[in-house]
Design a protein around this ligand. Structure first.
Ligand SMILES: [Zn+2]
Length: 263
């Protein structure tokens, strides 16, 4: 036929990209995966309206600089270099994720709002633009699932994700989902070497899906071991052997596991 494919982000017919294609997980946070079946307009819009804003988010900027996913030189900053935001915030990595320590001024300001002690869990401090992170997660889920499972593109569940991505009103049936879960456990103050170890041990990106007993596709995402998102499809007629799991090491920009999900 014409050799056209369906763009997962807008459902319009398009040619397969000759060049780089779209990175469902931005390259700037260390993912090598490309979807070449995204039209040029969506590729450009995803870059300017979503990826660029996402990467400028203070939290994402901190963690990608620390994980050295930012540049090809793979230079890992020290904890203190990476952790300073506008001179008023320091970040602490704990087993459960990232916590912020604040300067006295910022502390006083926030204490009037939250009434907390020295270290606040990320969840309670709005340094992160949650809306842009949700959009980015929706784009990741849609772009990755569509790449490996093209049937997903025409699903109602994909329509839902497209509406989130492009900020359109969500109409129709809403799938069970959570586009932004922030890991929270007890934090501990740690040194550079510990932080490097944390990133090396836990700071991976994860993407995977499988068909559950109800016939729904369950799709999971994890970014830097800190942010999670998932969605269960409205559709309940997926083949029961659909199953994929990928782990990406952002430091080496490399997929280190690509295989079936084991239970
Ligand atoms: Zn498109």
């Amino acid at each position: 036929m014409s050799g056209l494919v369906t763009c997962a982000y807008c459902k319009n017919p398009t040619k397969r990209a000759n060049g780089d294609g779209e990175h469902p997980i931005p390259e700037a946070i260390g993912s090598p995966i490309k979807n070449k079946e995204i039209c040029q307009k969506c590729n450009d819009d995803a870059n300017t309206l979503i990826d660029t804003k996402y990467i400028e988010d203070k939290f994402i900027d901190f963690i990608r600089r620390f994980a050295a996913a930012k540049n090809k030189k793979k230079k890992r900053l020290t904890y203190s270099e990476a952790a300073l935001f506008d001179g008023e915030v320091k970040a602490h990595y704990g087993e459960g994720g990232i916590y912020f320590e604040l300067t006295p001024d910022k502390m006083a300001e926030l204490q009037t709002i939250f009434g907390h002690d020295e270290i606040l869990p990320l969840k309670e401090v709005k340094f992160t633009d949650e809306e842009i992170i949700k959009k980015e997660h929706a784009k990741m889920l849609l772009g990755l699932t569509s790449k490996y499972l093209p049937d997903f593109i025409i699903s109602k569940t994909a329509d839902f994700l497209r509406n989130i991505i492009w900020g359109k009103q969500v109409v129709g049936e809403i799938p069970e989902h959570n586009l932004l879960i922030i890991r929270e456990e007890i934090s501990r103050d740690i040194q550079d070497e510990d932080l490097i170890k944390y990133i090396d041990e836990y700071g991976y990106h994860f993407f995977g899906y499988f068909t559950n007993d109800e016939g729904q596709l369950e799709i999971y995402l994890e970014i830097f071991g800190c942010f999670y998102a998932y969605i269960k499809t409205i559709e309940k007629n997926w083949d029961k052997d659909i199953n994929k799991k990928m782990v990406i090491n952002p430091y080496f920009k490399k997929t280190i596991i690509d295989g079936p999900w084991t239970f």
